[in-house]
Design a protein around this ligand. Sequence first.
Ligand code: ATP
Ligand code: MG
Length: 401
Amino acid sequence: MNYNHIVIRYAELALKGKNRSTFERRLQENIKIALKSFPNVKIERTFGRMFIQLNGEDHTQIADKLSKIFGIHSFSLAVKVENDLDKIREGALRAVHEILEGKKTFKVSAKRANKGFPISSSTLNYEVGSFILRNTEQLKVDVHNPDIEVKVEVRETDTYITCAVYKGSGGLPVGTGGKVVLMLSGGIDSPVAGYLAMKRGVKIEAIHFHSPPYTNERAKQKVIDLTKVLTEYGGKIRLHVVPFTKTQMEIHKVIPANYTMTIMRRMMLRISEEIASRQKAFAIANGESLGQVASQTLHSMHTINEVTNMPIIRPLVTMDKLEVIDVAKKIGTYDLSILPYEDCCTIFLPPETKTKPQREKANKFEEKLNIEALVNEAVENIEVIDIIPGKKVEEQFDELL
Ligand code: ATP
Ligand code: MG
């Protein structure tokens, strides 16, 4: 293994003016947490870049983890050498050897951040390029469309040589944008909504409405497993499992069938808002997409939204189902989401739901419910599960004992 470093380039951080160092610190912390299982790596931060010293750790596994961290624009595996022409030439050759297979052409792009280094960029291009030509068999120079671009960056004390750029996830570092609660069902949409919310830098706490005995332990386990996948992108996530049976039974008993879905959603929002306030979250995120089903028409959203004035973040609002499925597959939640366990909504679902429910009617029907008591009882009986990346939930319980 010839690489000894990884160079990380930031995503939108350049745009953030004086908040920049906060963002960089948070990103560094998130990277540190994600790489906890590689004890030998060291992370260094300099202006505009971060460097990971591999110290012998597996670069493929580390690259996989980095590709999931928000706030990284791109990163490259790098060979770091002293600022010395011979060492630079040899380092460049080693870097090229790592990815030589099947490649025919290359070019060298040298850059001096350190203008005190006595060799100009164009001379470096020539010196390094001719050394690679002499010491490889199949490679030719192509300055326009090379298979390999050897980047040589001479910095203050050391030179970094990189050959391949990997795309990062973009976005902003999780934790720089405050906190939202995510309404997390076991479906395809809400985990994707959580992923996209985290991409914009917010930390999430998940809320799942659970209706035992109508929904079983496996449905709950499915949500725990989905949350666990989301922790790969956002670090530790708290999951609130809300007992929802009583509310649903009451709704079922007193609300006309074609408004049960609307009222159930309003109750979910009220409970979510209460949890958000207690957890110091400033918005509620969910997986709604405009027009997807009866409860997500514009009229439904208007009537359901009436019960809260917290911002509701709907990352999927304009996405088609197929686009959502693509993201779900990419982030690793799809296969879990399609497991066939009932969720609390499908069980109490009436044969028909109003696609244009009205606020006045919803308010009138709700007079038959003791809303405050139902919200309080649900919130007081929440089961809280903290899900930590890379740990089994059972192990966490053991640690708490
Ligand atoms: P999903 O695939 O996320 O379940 P969906 O298309 O099936 O979405 P609905 O079932 O109408 O849509 O739910 C809309 C949104 O309401 C979900 O995306 C989710 O954010 C929230 N939600 C629905 N059921 C639950 C639940 N049991 N617990 C928490 N949130 C829920
Ligand atoms: Mg659903």
